[in-house]
Structures are given as structure tokens and as C-alpha cells.
Ligand binder design. Structure first.
Ligand code: GYE
Length: 325
């Protein structure tokens, strides 16, 4: 019945009323209905991503939210399928961490017609109509790139041949981190990016690309630093540099983003030098916005930001002790 009702709503291009949903999800729990929220996650390419998934699940459980979790394995088509399935199930809200920026409009129009609010978390979607989403919870990725570059320019006095391990092509976190980093180093004539390629945000691809960079740059002698768009690829670069017979963190400096537990261990061991923190705890603010919206609030800001500091070897051991599982 429910599916037929939704299909009818979709075909008629009219928003499906809240009332049907409320009745469906009322579990008679002191009159309080459990919210049903669909979450389409990118995948599990990095340990940051895994912590993010765990954090969202834990936050949902804490609030008594029935979370439908879908792992897209880095494929946008899987995310679009998941969103369509959430719409067909008549969830109360949808949270999406998009893999790339483009190509979302049609499915978001479908969600809007079904009257289901969508919250974007982490990476962005390129949309020309901001009525297609409720809000976005994210950090300022451009600023993360700037922070990494400022640290490196300070550490090297502005003279440095840099190799860059980019994140997933087309992903906001890669596009913006690259832009912020470039902006800062452009003020230093003796700092340049001599090679740049995607390592897809994974440790194995980061290692593979770093091996190629080392070969192409006199076994690494011509490289002053690695700028990795995430910690996972930085950890892959550490392995490649060691295998090439050089000392990561000393012969070649390494700066990255995320602040996952493993990078604190690597910094404490002297293998990498700095990381820019990105909080994986975006589920709380996403659920807050959804709960506020469903209880009638309408003046929800279109962007809610999270912020993080820069960490170096100095505090790494102590931070690792706090953060390791
Ligand atoms: O930095 C990386 C990842 O989109 C900000 O995605 C995110 C990035 C994060 O898997 O580790």
C-alpha cells in the first residue's frame, strides 16, 4: 500500500504528505515515532571514512533513530540507487555523503517531490537550486589545503619541490584541498608542485603513485615533500619512501589531512610530519537539522561547518594515546 501511495505521489508530481509517514513510523512508543533515516555513504576507502560511518551509526543508535545504511563502494550509481530505494521506502529523511560533485539533480528532485528532506554531509554536490537540500554539514576543504601549505612553507622556509597525492577525481575534498594549497604556495616562488596525481584516497594507490614519483625524481632526491590529500595516502607514501631507502619525515617531509589514529602513530615514530584534523562526527549536526526541520523549524542555515586544528610530531604520542582504539 505504502509503495503504491508513494508511486502515485511521484507520478502525480505532488509532494507526499508528512501525515502518511507519521502514521507509518509511529511505533506507539509513548506516542513518539522512531525516525527512519537513510544514509548513503561513499564507501570505506580510508580509516577516516570508517570512523565517520561508525560515528553516524552510534549517534543514530543513541537517538533511537532507525538508520538505513548503504555503502556505495565509491560509485555514484550505487548512491543514486540507494537514494531511490530510500524514497520508495518512504524514509523520513535522507543523508548523503556524495562521492563526486556533479550529477545529483535528478534524484534530488525525486526526493523533493516525495517530500523527503536531504542533508548533504562531507563532500559537496554542485546544485543550482538550494531548495533541493535542507543543509550541508562539512568542513572548509579549501582552508584545510591552506593550513597544510602554511605548515609546509613554515617548515621549509618556502623552498620546496612538492609531490601531490590527490584524492578521488571530481570529489570536493580533492578539488578544494588542491586549490587552497596552491593558493598559499603561489606566494613562494621557490615552492612548486613538481608532480601531481590521484591516489584515490587509498593507502595502496597512494603507495603505488608515490613509487612512480620516486622513480621519476631521481629515486626521491629531487623531492622535498609529499602533500597528500588524506592520511591514508600519506601512510602509503611512507611505505614507498622506506622501500626506496629514504627516511620519510626527514629526507622527505609529509603533510596530510584527516588526523586518523594511525597518522599520530606515524608522526610519533617520525615518519610523517603534520596533519590537518577533520572531525568524523558529522552525524550529530545532521540529525539535529533533520529533527529541527521535522518539528517545524524552517530557518535552518544551508551550511553548517566543522573545524579542525593542525597537529605535528610534538604532540603526536600523547594524541595517539588518546585516540587509538
Ligand atoms: O579526507 C578522506 C576520505 O571526503 C573529506 O574522504 C573526505 C575525504 C577524507 O576518504 O580520507
Amino acid at each position: 500500500m505504502r509503495i503504491i501511495y508513494l508511486l502515485a505521489c511521484l507520478l502525480a508530481f505532488v509532494g507526499c504528505g508528512e501525515s502518511g509517514k507519521q502514521a507509518d513510523h509511529d511505533h506507539g512508543n509513548q506516542g513518539k515515532k522512531a525516525l527512519v533515516i537513510g544514509f548513503s555513504q561513499v564507501g570505506s576507502e580510508s580509516s577516516w571514512r570508517t570512523s565517520f560511518s561508525e560515528s553516524v551509526k552510534a549517534e543514530a543508535a543513541r537517538r533511537g533513530i532507525d538508520l538505513k545504511f548503504s555503502d556505495a563502494q565509491q560509485k555514484q550509481e550505487n548512491q543514486i540507487k540507494a537514494i531511490r530505494s530510500f524514497i520508495a521506502q518512504g524514509v523520513d529523511a535522507i543523508v548523503v555523503a556524495p562521492v563526486v560533485e556533479t550529477g545529483w539533480k535528478p534524484v534530488l528532485v525525486e526526493a523533493k517531490r516525495a517530500g523527503i528532506p536531504v542533508v548533504i554531509v562531507d563532500r559537496n554536490m554542485a546544485l543550482d537550486d538550494d531548495s533541493l537540500f535542507l543543509t550541508r554539514i562539512a568542513s572548509d576543504f579549501v582552508e584545510e589545503g591552506r593550513k597544510a601549505a602554511r605548515w609546509l612553507m613554515e617548515a621549509t622556509g618556502g623552498t620546496c619541490n612538492i609531490v601531490e597525492l590527490q584524492g578521488t577525481v571530481g570529489a570536493t575534498a580533492a578539488i578544494d584541498r588542491m586549490a587552497g594549497f596552491k593558493e598559499v604556495i603561489s606566494a613562494y616562488p621557490d615552492a612548486k608542485i613538481i608532480r601531481s596525481q590521484t591516489g584515490e584516497f587509498t593507502r595502496s594507490k597512494g603507495k603505488e603513485v608515490m613509487e612512480a614519483f620516486l622513480k621519476a625524481e631521481q629515486g626521491g632526491k629531487n623531492i622535498c615533500a609529499v602533500w597528500a590529500h588524506n592520511d591514508e595516502m600519506a601512510l602509503g607514501a611512507v611505505l614507498a619512501i622506506k622501500e626506496a631507502g629514504l627516511n620519510p619525515g626527514k629526507d622527505i617531509l609529509i603533510v596530510s589531512v584527516d588526523a586518523v589514529p594511525d597518522i599520530f602513530k606515524a608522526m610519533a615514530d617520525g615518519d610523517t610530519n603534520a596533519t590537518v584534523e577533520l572531525s568524523p562526527h558529522m552525524g550529530g549536526p545532521a540529525f539535529d537539522a533533520i529533527e529541527a526541520y521535522l518539528s517545524g523549524k524552517r530557518d535552518i542555515p544551508k551550511l553548517i561547518t566543522v573545524d579542525g586544528g593542525v597537529y605535528t610530531q610534538e604532540t603526536a604520542a600523547e594524541e595517539y594515546a588518546k585516540r587509538k582504539k
